[in-house]
Design a protein around this ligand. Sequence first.
Ligand SMILES: NC(=O)c1ccc[n+]([C@@H]2O[C@H](COP(=O)([O-])OP(=O)(O)OC[C@H]3O[C@@H](n4cnc5c(N)ncnc54)[C@H](O)[C@@H]3O)[C@@H](O)[C@H]2O)c1
Length: 338
Amino acid sequence: MSVINFCIVGLGRAGNFHLTSIKLLKNANLLSVVDTNSTLLKQVGAAENCNTYQSINEALADPALDAVVISSPTDSHYDYIIKSLNAGKHVFAEKPVGHALHEVAECFDLASSKGLALHLGFQRRFDRSFMALKETLPQLGNLRLWKASSRDNPRPSIEYLSISGNIFHDMLIHDFDMLTFLLGAEVPEKIYATGYAHDKEIAALNDFDTVLVTVHYPNGLICSIDTSRISAYGYDQRLEVFGEHGMVRAENQLDHTLQLSTAKGTNISVANHSFPQRYKDAYMEELKQFTVGIETGVLNNVSKQECMLSHLIADAALEAALNNKVVDFKKEYAPKLS
Ligand SMILES: NC(=O)c1ccc[n+]([C@@H]2O[C@H](COP(=O)([O-])OP(=O)(O)OC[C@H]3O[C@@H](n4cnc5c(N)ncnc54)[C@H](O)[C@@H]3O)[C@@H](O)[C@H]2O)c1
């Protein structure tokens, strides 16, 4: 297996967990890092003994570079994906790919025309519990109800929130990707969503911090997904699917497995604090699969159709919440898939 030379663009929360993964992968070498923050750039460059650049263009000019991990803020993704692919580099990009549907399509089309890998950071697909849950679904027969809770912790900075899009495209996009991953890219019939901003800073951005979405499928499956930007008891990520022959549930990951029982009741551990702990293994696995994909020609971990579908579900849920209406997804959004 040959060694793949990586560049990480954006060294914040996401850049950090990708840095950890690259260091642990035997066939990966961190050739360079890019960040607009010169102090952070210097720090990471010195610690990792790699090349440092303030502009992605300089990093892409290096012929030794094979693959780029794009973990800079969301509003740079589309531009950086296109630039990296045009420079002949394989790309692993954090979600979401872009702010508009045509950007998603363009990125996939360019990667495919150049024969380069474009993998996306939908790490829940690599989480052991969700992968096992997918295996059990056929046993449930006709699926009837889906109950997901996705409550983040801690609240991201207001600087992050102001350029991340909105709660539907930034956060719930993971849940919409789970719908397409677990249900096999089924197209919904109708979508409703409602939201509220308890946090004044989030309200000032005209965004929500608390949202409930319902997604109806033509076969009768009704999905409810609730989300919050903050959760006092730790990172909360649960999913229950109920079907004709049974039910399957993925519970929260706890810090440890101790259970203390006394006359006052039973105490268990807190849930993992945040996503770097909850998805540690999944982040590692998604990058490992990216390197395998480069070696074996598996160009995508999420298909263009799936990525466009979850983007459109986010568009429709946003429209529903802003206008307090049930959106006819089949009629108004599904035609945009072709
Ligand atoms: N998959 C996940 O679980 C997950 C988790 C967190 C964030 N993300 C995604 O990762 C991306 C980054 O989020 P974050 O939380 O790490 O943000 P962050 O604010 O913690 O870090 C962003 C970093 O990028 C740098 N930066 C800013 N503009 C830049 C530019 N134009 N070029 C290069 N670097 C630049 C900043 O200095 C900072 O170091 C977002 O798109 C977000 O959606 C994904």
